[in-house]
Design a protein around this ligand. Structure first.
Ligand code: KG4
Ligand code: ZN
Length: 346
């Protein structure tokens, strides 16, 4: 069964074809980063307008690339939420219209379930049960995953998501949007022990996170350093790298400690990380080392499937459509806010 997946929840238009027997057949992606970079962040109206322009041409490119005919598509999955309402509507409208035209089922799927299942696109894929650390621009969640739709939230951020903290800190350091990967690149050249920053909420029991105070601490350190300087460019570059490395280390330390606790609490021997921040090299290295030390297994998506993409939506949709789930034919709705635990199992 070949399922088309469509992602349009924020600033990436992604389409993919997933075959329940053969796996991923191909995917295409258009990123709007250049357009939003001018404004230092995502402008929702521009995002929606761009998705509208890209969806049909990307779909045609995908068909050509994979040599799949329209009549071979057995269902269309799209991101129903969470995300920007206008951006979600473009993908939902495109997908449900296409499904109606082809006479096949459509299904709105949860963006974070897409991220959570993205490591299943790899070989070998993780097997249930596992602990999943979902770290994206909008969410930081630790989830006990027993199967598709069987998600117990063990912990989450009570304020900024990890990616959001990366992006906001990077902005203050003068880095371009989206700041996370730029800050990580700067951190490669810095000394992670140079600036003392807090490891939030490690002194308390539980699995929740808080990154807002850490972000503010980094910003305060930056301001104090600026006030004390006379303006040597070499010093400034070295200091920014040290601050970036120290910030990254503080975030990774905090995430890792909570992952360890989640493995202890659940007794699971598999740790999966996914979402945009799972592209972070230091986080991947540290997760690998943690799992090796505990004789556990670590899994993460390929780099291209860490950030938003159509493949993860095609996969999540394929699993659910194959199990018989589908939207009613009475129109469609999007869910800009949609808690993960509301999902039904298959
Ligand atoms: O999952 P995603 O593409 O979008 C959401 O669902 O939010 O995640 C985007 C987030 C952004 O905050 C971005 O800065 C962050 O992932 N990110 C990174 C890295 N690559 C992307 N953060 C740290 N290090 C990276 N290498
Ligand atoms: Zn995402």
């Amino acid at each position: 069964m070949i399922i088309l997946g469509c992602e349009s929840s924020c600033d990436e238009t992604g389409l993919a074809l997933y075959d329940t027997k053969a796996g991923l057949l191909g995917h295409v992606l258009h990123s709007q980063i250049d357009e939003h970079a001018l404004y230092g962040g995502v402008v929702p109206e521009l995002a929606s307008r761009d998705h509208i322009k890209r969806l049909v041409p990307l779909f045609n490119t995908l068909l050509t690339k994979t040599q799949v005919a329209r009549r071979d598509i057995a269902g269309v999955a799209y991101t129903r939420g969470p995300g920007l309402a206008g951006a979600l509507l473009t993908g939902a409208q495109f997908s449900t219209s296409l499904a109606f035209g082809l006479g096949v089922p459509a299904l709105g799927v949860h963006h974070m379930e897409g991220h959570l299942l993205a490591p299943m696109l790899e070989t070998p894929a993780p097997t249930y049960p596992f602990v999943c650390l979902l770290v994206s621009g909008g969410h930081t969640l630790l989830v006990n995953v027993e199967g598709v739709g069987r998600y117990e939230i063990l912990g989450e951020s009570i304020d900024d998501a990890a990616g959001e903290a990366f992006d906001k800190t990077a902005k203050v350091l003068g880095l371009p949007y989206p700041g996370g990967p730029h800050l990580a690149a700067l951190a490669e050249k810095g000394n992670a022990k140079a600036v003392r920053l807090p490891r939030p909420m490690l002194d308390r029991p539980g699995l929740d996170f808080s990154f807002s105070g850490l972000k503010t601490a980094a910003i305060v350190q930056h301001r104090q350093w600026q006030d004390s300087q006379t303006g040597c460019e070499t010093d400034r570059a070295a200091w920014l790298s040290d601050l970036a490395a120290s910030f990254e280390e503080a975030v990774v330390d905090t995430l890792l400690r909570k992952c360890e606790r989640a493995l202890d609490t659940t007794g699971h021997r598999t740790l999966v990380i996914s979402g945009g921040v799972s592209a972070n090299r230091k986080l991947r290295q540290r997760v690998q080392a943690l799992c090796e030390a505990r004789s556990a297994d670590a899994f993460y998506p390929a780099l291209e499937f860490c950030t938003d993409n159509g493949a993860m939506i095609a996969l999540a949709g394929a699993l659910r459509i194959e199990a018989g789930q589908r939207d009613s034919r009475e129109g469609f709705s999007v869910k800009p806010r949609w808690p993960l635990h509301e999902l039904s199992p298959i």
